[in-house]
Ligand binder design. Structure first.
Ligand code: SAM
Length: 245
């Protein structure tokens, strides 16, 4: 089987991908908890906008996107939401309408069906675009984005979505107050973000693994001295020339 269901620590389900030999979410932190605490909550806490534009890299099971809608509907500072998300795995997308989402997300199955069948969803307050294809191409056509959920498979398994050249494209598409959230705290990832021009921060989250947040401007978070890290680290950022595409 190419995909195997796995129950994660918070009781929500994710999948194991045979192709990437990795799970779509951290089994230890929990699929929904990972989406909510590592991406959604930090972005809503940091970005204060009436209209929030998020790039979700990549759609996968759609848990980041659904967790964003879940939170959006329970707050009142952000008035409208736009989500842009690429995903190249057509077989995976076909499986999503029958995926075992937790009960509090299952009301959004109509959104999943619309995304899978029409690659878009829209209501009065929410607009979502699902791009079926390569994220590297997709990101070149975006601009004025407020936040990026950097949630590819690990740098070892999915290096094209962690290279300096990729992060430079992400830097370009973010607006001046834009932020990026990622579960990865690996040195090559942080060095790559720094090389692309980002400030790099670390955020501790109670009961969950800490995360990296990157931004163009200063944030009220624990900043990492990347100049020092670059001097002292034995790691290097990932460059496209080192990856076999
Ligand atoms: C860790 S999963 C994302 C989980 C997702 N954020 C969620 O909440 O369910 C990574 C996803 O990236 C997709 N992917 C990897 N490389 C890609 C690429 N170059 N373009 C588009 N999708 C890609 C994989 O097919 C997989 O679905």
């Amino acid at each position: 089987m190419d995909y195997e269901p796995k129950k994660s620590a918070d009781g929500t389900y994710t999948l194991y991908s045979k192709k990437f030999d990795e799970c779509y979410h951290s089994l230890r932190d929990g699929a929904f908890s990972e989406a909510y605490f590592k991406h959604v909550k930090p972005v809503f806490d940091l970005v204060k906008k009436d209209e929030l534009k998020i790039l979700d890299i990549c759609f996968g099971l759609g848990i980041n996107t659904l967790a964003t809608i879940y939170h959006f509907q329970r707050q009142n500072s952000v008035k409208s939401l736009k989500i842009f998300s690429p995903e190249f795995d057509k077989e995976l997308l076909k499986k999503l309408p029958s995926f075992n989402y937790p009960s509090y997300l299952s009301g959004y199955r109509n959104i999943i069906k619309s995304l899978v069948n029409e690659h878009r969803y829209e209501d009065e307050k929410i607009k979502i675009e699902l791009f079926v294809g390569d994220a590297r191409e997709y990101v070149k056509g975006l601009e004025d984005i407020d936040a990026v959920y950097q949630d590819a498979f690990s740098p070892k398994k999915n290096p094209t979505l962690w290279s300096v050249e990729y992060f430079k494209d992400i830097y370009m598409l973010l607006n001046s107050s834009g932020v990026l959230t990622t579960y990865s705290i690996a040195a090559p990832v942080r060095l790559g973000l720094y090389e692309a021009g980002f400030n790099v921060y670390e955020k501790e989250i109670e009961g969950i693994k800490k995360i990296t947040i990157a931004s163009k401007t200063e944030l009220p978070l624990k900043k990492i001295d990347m100049q020092m890290k670059r001097k002292r680290s034995s790691s290097s950022p990932i460059w496209d020339k080192d990856i076999s595409f």
